[in-house]
Ligand binder design. Structure first.
Ligand code: AMP
Length: 112
């Protein structure tokens, strides 16, 4: 079981900001911006590289939740970034698909 499944199951503590039947969102333990939230599906999919056409609705729900959380945390007006890191070159460190929501400061582009 991945670290993020354990967080979703409340087996490892985290500051959970949203839970529903499909998704869990929690504060990143090492925030890279004033708001840094991780959004995961409860179902364990390793990475974007493993998604199937049938996962489209679930992935869409992740984005809709990101938009909702961006509004709730007050970063929506100034802007925010959504990131899926996929694989070693992108720095993916947990093999459970996750969407980063980053906001609350001006973000550099391109990323490092
Ligand atoms: P990635 O590098 O895209 O795989 O992102 C993994 C993210 O999970 C990083 O931003 C980590 O800071 C975050 N993270 C790792 N362990 C925990 C944890 N126990 N609670 C919350 N966030 C975590």
């Amino acid at each position: 079981m991945t670290l993020f499944e354990k967080i979703a199951n409340h087996e490892i503590p985290a500051t959970i900001v949203h839970e529903d039947a499909d998704l869990v969102a929690f504060q990143d333990i090492n925030p890279q911006a004033p708001q840094h939230i991780i959004i995961i599906p409860r179902r364990a999919i390793a990475s974007i590289d493993d998604v199937e056409p049938g996962d489209a609705e679930l992935l869409g729900k992740m984005i809709v939740l990101a938009k909702q959380l961006a509004r709730e945390t007050g970063v929506a007006n100034n802007g925010y970034r959504l990131v899926f890191n996929c694989g070693p070159d992108a720095g993916q460190s947990v093999d459970h698909i996750h969407l980063h929501l980053l906001g609350g400061r001006e973000l550099d582009w391109p990323p490092g």
